[in-house]
Structure formats: structure tokens, C-alpha cells
Design a binder for this molecule. Sequence first.
Ligand code: SF4
Length: 311
Amino acid sequence: MVNDFAATGLASGRNDYRIIPTVVPTIQNPDLRRALAERIRYYNELGIYDFYRREGKSETIEAEPPVLTSEDPREEMPARKSAIAPKPADASVLEVLTPTAEQTVTDPVAALKLIREDLGDCTRCKLHQQGRKQIVFGVGNPHADLMFVGEGPGADEDAQGEPFVGRAGQLLNNMIKAMGIRREDVYIANVVKCRPPGNRTPERDECDTCSPFLMRQIAAIKPKVIVALGAVAAKNMLAINAPMSELRGRFYDFMPSGARSSDPAWQGAKLAVTYHPAFLLRDPRQKGEAWKDLQMVMKYLGLKPPPKPAE
Ligand code: SF4
């Protein structure tokens, strides 16, 4: 099936990436490993399952990031080292997640409002002092079945306070339209909510600091499907270190880490990965591949492309 969005692409092809094998991070110290397992078991017995890592020095083994050669490093940025990177087993080894305000409300509109209030005039990471004009929280239908997540705001988004409003946003709008729905039907957000200077890739600490708010947005909206746009979003959400060619083409079961929905019936979302629209603008040959990703999502959601207008 070809539509206007896909038809604008040339013959699809794959980037030729060369990956030098990485070292998988592990906890080498057996005492530390044992102490950590005991601590987790103890909290599990109390009925506590959600944990997150506190920033600071750690004895965990550092993994070498993969060395990649690519025409587009953004599409192949190294993933975070591990979804779980435990610290030594002292009293602060694990921080128990306390309930957040939005968990007390079931209405996603009210929940998103509470999350936005909690974010405030955020200064939690260094992006707040690197030239941002405003925080770009997210936009769209709080009841959406489908969410798109990019990496961070660019200049247009920073100026307008809304994600995906520049040229890449126009292409994303076309992609959404090609799926037979409207931009207003979906929810759009980013991993970081402040513009990295010069549109650089957001750094690991910035993503780690800001992404809990994205996780809370996802838990509030409870989408059926999330589409991660580009390698930065995909690798931050999935904590998988793999090239785009391997990340794409399948669904992942996704539950936002560290955030719980107020609806116990919501069992998480399916997450699909596709190319960032900005990347597709630079390499339109990949539009056909992106369209395949979107078709997979459409099939899952029962969406049909809009009928072609009569000639
Ligand atoms: S990027 Fe996120 S964590 Fe950093 S200052 Fe902006 S809103 Fe706060």
C-alpha cells in the first residue's frame, strides 16, 4: 500500500552501520549482587516493586559505549548503559517510589495538569540555563490511544512551546494524516522538555532527569501504542543498545518505569520504533521504511488510511 506520505520517498534502503561490540554492564562484586537481591526481595515482600536510581557515584561497572559509524549519529546514539544500574547495598541503595499527585485522579486531563504543576519552572537539569525560552511539555489528546515521543524541542518548538511544529512537525503531521487520523487525536511529547543548545542530542543526565515526567505523562494518558521517533527516544525508553535497523519492525511491551497509572486495568502500551521526521527530511529514502512501521501500528489499532480524493 502506498500513500502520499510514502510516495514522497525514494527507494528504501538501510544505512550501512558498523558496530564495534560493546561490554555488557554487570555487577561484578558477588557480595554487592547478593545484598542487592536481598534488598529487592525485602521490598517485594512489602508489596513494593517500583524503584529508581538516585544520581551519584556508583560502583557499577561502566560499559564502553559502542563505536558507531553512521551518516546520522542521532539515529544511532548509544543507549543508556542499563535500565537498572544499582548502587552499593547501603541504606540508600534503592529509593522507594512515593505515590505522585496524579495517581489520586483518574481523569487524564487533571492528571496531566498535576504533572505540569509539579514540573513547574523546572531547573532540575542544566538545560534550564542553556538558552531555553520555555518548557515544551506536550500536546494533544489526553485520552489518546496513540502517543508519539521524540527526543527534545528544537528552535521552533522552543519558540512556540509545542512539540513538533517546525518542518519535522509538518512531516509528522503528514505521517499522522496518512494513518487516517488527525494530530489532535494523538498525544505528542519528548524525552527532554527543554531545547538542547544548537539542537545537540540531549545528554544522558538530562534524559535521566527529565524522562520521569514523560513516564508520568504516559501513565496518565494510558495509550495503547507509543511510537518512539528516532534512536534517542527509542533507546531512552527501551534501555536497549541496538541500531535502528534492529529496534524497528516489532512491538515492545512497554510499562513506564517508575510511574504507575491510577488505572490498575491498564497493563502498559505497545511501543514501536521508527525514524525521527527530521532524519526523514535529511534522508527521504527511508520514508518507505517509516511507512512500514506506521502500517504495523495502524494494523494494531485498526486504523485505515484516508480514502484518496476523487480525481
Ligand atoms: S529538560 Fe526537563 S529536567 Fe531539564 S530543566 Fe527542562 S524540564 Fe527540567
